[in-house]
Design a protein around this ligand. Structure first.
Ligand SMILES: Cc1ncc(COP(=O)(O)O)c(C=O)c1O
Length: 396
């Protein structure tokens, strides 16, 4: 089998030509121009690290915060950068003072690391994680909304809701969920790890109490660029994970917020500073900018899913309205599935080692199933999913 070509836009990335890369979702992939931008910033920093951090860093970071806030239509005064969505979720969960008996809703499609952070916070305070079982195959958004709302009790204080789920690649009806949950007095922590650049996000309109998300996935900025947005009436409840100099910063409350989150201690801030360039660069690759990118990737994921479903002899598990730039399908076979492990699923390893296909195949113990999940980014082409489908037919 001959390895298929990527799309014409792939020349903007440095992806290994010996690999068919169908897993943008896990860690993103940064274009060459953005890596060059990051190098420039690192050189600027290292010319005089003291001057950089004393004089240049804060204005650059605030500029980046401004651009990110405009992109998400978020309140810049509630916007902070973090290294990743896991840190964003931890920041909220480890700040909140839960009481004994409080309930926190976590759907069973949630990212395990974030779910673990919720468990950590509920266990230590005598609160309770309420796991909501959602099926993998759903016929419409209402089904999901009804199941989650059905789990609300008078003790529910918070719900962790994804924009797009990780194991199952499901575009959640998060706008409706946030609105309905919050109208019942349940704050929402919106996990938009797959958020910016994969679904339209208007944070002012959505109005979640807390929202964290990655830029290093679908905006393709360098790894370590993510945000945590806190609604103004919740800002006094949340402190950064690292309590540092900011705690004794003398200035207004807002200045303290910016300094506390902006200076968690010495670290490489260039991923944060590359966010504006990454947004601008990607949007310049497609006529129509970000809305067109989101649409184009979604259409490719839907096409790719069709090809894979045919190969596996199965039907698409969720309606197209619940697909974004990722789509998952069940792997054949029933019965016991193991826990996720560092060694990786044997079939994933086979696809990679024998065919050079990088695509996640993993057990999801909460459903007792294994899923294969494809991603679609601008560098992908339909031929790559057809190649995967050929291999699936040959091996299964
Ligand atoms: C839904 C979801 N939440 C959180 C994360 C964690 O992202 P990060 O590793 O950047 O913290 C991921 C990563 O894939 C995810 O899919």
């Amino acid at each position: 089998m001959i390895r298929p070509e990527r799309s014409k836009l792939a020349s903007n990335w440095s992806l290994d030509p010996g690999i068919t890369f169908l897993n943008h979702g896990s860690f993103g992939a940064t274009p060459i121009q953005i890596m060059e931008e990051q190098s420039k910033l690192r050189i600027q920093l290292e010319r005089d690290p003291v001057r950089f951090f004393e004089r240049e860093f804060m204005p650059l970071m605030m500029e980046s915060i401004g651009v990110a806030s405009r992109f998400l239509n978020a309140d810049p005064e509630g916007m902070a950068f973090v290294k990743n969505a896991t840190e964003g979720v931890n920041t909220v969960m480890r700040s909140l003072e839960l009481n004994e008996g409080d309930e926190v809703i976590v759907p069973n499609h949630s990212y395990q690391a974030c779910w673990n952070a919720v468990d950590f916070a509920t266990k230590r305070s005598g609160a309770k994680t309420v796991v909501v079982d959602l099926p993998f195959r759903v016929s419409n958004e209402e089904e999901i909304v009804n199941i989650i709302l059905g789990a609300v009790t008078e003790k529910t204080v918070l719900a962790l809701i994804d924009t797009v789920t990780s194991p199952t690649g499901l575009r959640m009806p998060f706008e409706e969920l946030v609105s309905k949950l919050q109208s019942e007095g349940v704050d929402v922590l919106l996990d938009a790890a797959h958020g910016p650049g994969i679904v339209p996000l208007d944070l002012k309109k959505i109005d979640a109490a807390y929202c964290t998300g990655n830029f290093h996935k679908w905006i393709c900025s360098p790894k370590g660029s993510a945000f945590l947005h806190i609604r103004s009436d919740r800002k006094d409840r949340i402190r950064p994970l690292s309590i540092g100099h900011g705690a004794t910063f003398e200035g207004s409350e807002q200045e303290r917020f910016e300094y506390e989150f902006g200076w968690p201690g010495t670290q490489d801030p260039t991923p944060w500073l590359c966010i504006p360039k990454s947004m601008e660069f990607l949007s310049s690759l497609v006529d129509g900018g970000w809305p067109s990118i989101i649409e184009k990737n979604k259409n490719l994921a839907i096409e790719g899913r069709k090809v894979i479903c045919e190969a596996l002899g199965t039907d698409p598990p969720v309606p197209e309205s619940m697909v974004s730039s990722m789509a998952a399908v069940e792997m054949p076979g029933n019965g016991e599935v193991g826990a996720m492990s560092l060694e990786g699923d044997p079939f994933h390893n086979l696809l990679l080692d024998r065919y050079g296909i990088q695509v996640p195949v993993f057990p999801w113990k909460h459903h007792g199933k294994r899923y294969i999940r494809i991603s679609a980014q601008l560098y992908n082409d339909i031929g790559e999913y057809e190649f995967l489908a050929e291999v699936l037919k040959e091996r299964l």
